[in-house]
Design a protein around this ligand. Structure first.
Ligand SMILES: Cc1ncc(COP(=O)(O)O)c(C=O)c1O
Length: 476
């Protein structure tokens, strides 16, 4: 069953350049990740134009954690947005991409080294715990700095009207810790309390609006305490569809449901059912979990619904924020990296498994594509130097010599039977997928990243280090 991936104009242009793709794939023994940084600027433009609808000051921070790519970071700086980092390595990379400390916000758990670097560079720090705040107080006394800027990340902002939806978080202070945090901040006025931060993976605007309302309450409470916070940072988690055709996804879910309920073979490896199962009552369970993962609301409608939800005074939350000069900050990672890359894997062999099943073995593995983190649900594309009509469906397996090493658990329909030397191309691998978990199990090579730029429709391959969006655009 087909599940085609959505592809941007830039990705489609790249896919047409078959010789170029073969040349790129020949530059490395392992997987080759091709990045299209220009797409990130296009994504930023889209988000900015949506935010223009809202009459409220906003700040966009690109969440570095979605990618290791230096080129995408430089592009984010070129696009005029800020950076959210979650480790010392990411902070260093951000500085290397040219961001100044004041354009960077430091989130996540922090080692002393990371915290010191953040303070020395004047980054805003999203405080994760009371002990972290204590450390900041101590460090500011011994480091050669006069001031520090912080946001308080709150881990248990629960939607006020939905008690059952409350979820524990590993990150952030509990609300009960706020009085102690306020006391520490009052004793240390050189630490500026800039705002409230949260991040969750809630995709339902109504639930998220309850969380935002809760954050607004805390901001108001802090103002009553004599502080002057002005920012609410709602984190990342914004999504857009990765599928070209919703009907194909629905048909696949239906196939799983019917197969599971009739106990018939599925078009998947070892009858993998993506969490769909027959419950004790003999009916199907798990659909919500699967469709919740793949049929996510578009960030455009999500943000509109979130910000126009009625607040305590019956007016839209956004109106309250604008009127009270509360800025909105966002930290999209996944969303901004969408369509910014693809991964090329050489076909090493095509084997016949049990019951005539075709298994395509590629020069790469589940870690190169971070399949543990983001399961590839869309069809990879076959790129071949030859052209013939030999339709088939096949599984894609990796090079780890482990039964678990599948790059797709679905049988992928191909119009032409893959053969050794062809390329298997996974689209849209810039966010969390290509390289996120990359490693060298059984000493197989890691993937390698290259940048692709276009001039007069002709692609050029560049190292990430040499890529400069300013120079690229200058020539145009
Ligand atoms: C604090 C924080 N901000 C932003 C993000 C980015 O989320 P996404 O890539 O889903 O937009 C994450 C992801 O884990 C996060 O932890």
């Amino acid at each position: 069953m087909k599940i085609e991936a959505k592809s941007s104009e830039l990705l489609r242009t790249l896919l047409e350049k078959k010789d170029f793709l073969f040349e790129a794939a020949s530059l490395h023994q392992g997987p080759v990740h091709l990045l299209l940084p220009e797409q990130l600027s296009r994504n930023v433009e889209e988000v900015k134009s949506l935010l223009e609808e809202f009459d409220c000051i906003n700040h966009i921070f690109f969440a570095h954690k979605s990618t290791k790519s230096l080129a995408l970071l430089k592009e984010a700086r070129f696009a005029g947005i800020n950076l959210d980092v979650a480790s010392l390595g990411e902070l260093t990379n951000g500085l290397r991409a040219g961001f100044t400390g004041t354009q960077i916000e430091c989130t996540g758990p922090k080692s002393s080294e990371y915290l010191e670097a953040a303070l020395l560079h004047g980054c805003a720090i999203s405080v994760d715990s009371l002990s972290e705040l204590q450390k900041i107080v101590r460090f500011t006394k011994r480091l050669p700095i006069k001031q520090a800027s912080i946001l308080l990340r709150i881990g248990d902002l629960s939607p006020t009207h939905k008690v059952l939806k409350k979820r524990d978080s590993l990150f952030g202070l509990p609300r009960t810790a706020l009085p102690e945090a306020y006391a520490m901040l009052k004793e240390n006025p050189h630490i500026t309390f800039k705002g409230v931060h949260f991040h969750n993976d809630v995709r339902d605007a109504e639930t998220q609006a309850g969380t935002l309302l809760c954050a607004i309450d805390i901001l108001v409470e802090a103002i009553q305490q004599g502080f002057e916070p002005t920012i609410i940072n709602i984190g990342g988690g914004l999504r857009t569809a990765q599928f070209a055709n919703k009907q194909q996804v629905r048909a696949f879910i239906q196939h799983l449901e019917e197969g599971v309920s009739k106990q018939e073979p599925l078009e998947t490896w070892r009858n993998y059912s993506y969490g769909i199962y027959l419950n004790q009552r003999g009916t199907i369970s798990g659909r919500k979990g699967l469709s919740g993962k793949i049929e996510v609301p578009e960030y455009t409608s999500f943000l509109r619904a979130l910000l126009t939800t009625q607040g305590r005074d019956g007016r839209p939350l956004l109106e309250f924020m604008a009127e009270n000069m509360i800025d909105l900050a966002l930290e999209p990672g996944f969303l901004l990296s969408q369509q910014c890359g693809l991964t090329l894997l050489r076909v090493e062999s095509v084997n016949q498994g049990a019951e005539g099943r075709l298994i395509v073995k590629v020069a790469g593995n589940m870690y190169n594509l971070s399949s543990q983190m983001v399961e590839q649900l869309t069809d990879p594309i076959l790129i071949s130097k030859t052209k013939e009509k030999s339709p088939c469906s096949a599984l894609i397996a990796g090079n780890l010599c482990r039964e678990e090493d599948m790059l797709s658990k679905r049988f992928i329909p191909f119009e032409q039977r893959p053969k050794q030397g062809d390329l298997i191309c996974f689209l849209n691998t810039a966010a969390y997928a290509g390289g996120f978990e990359d490693g060298t199990p059984i000493l197989q090579p890691e993937g390698k990243r290259f940048v692709v730029t276009f001039k007069d429709g002709k692609p050029t391959l560049l190292s990430e280090e040499l890529y400069s969006p300013w120079e690229e655009r200058d020539d145009l």
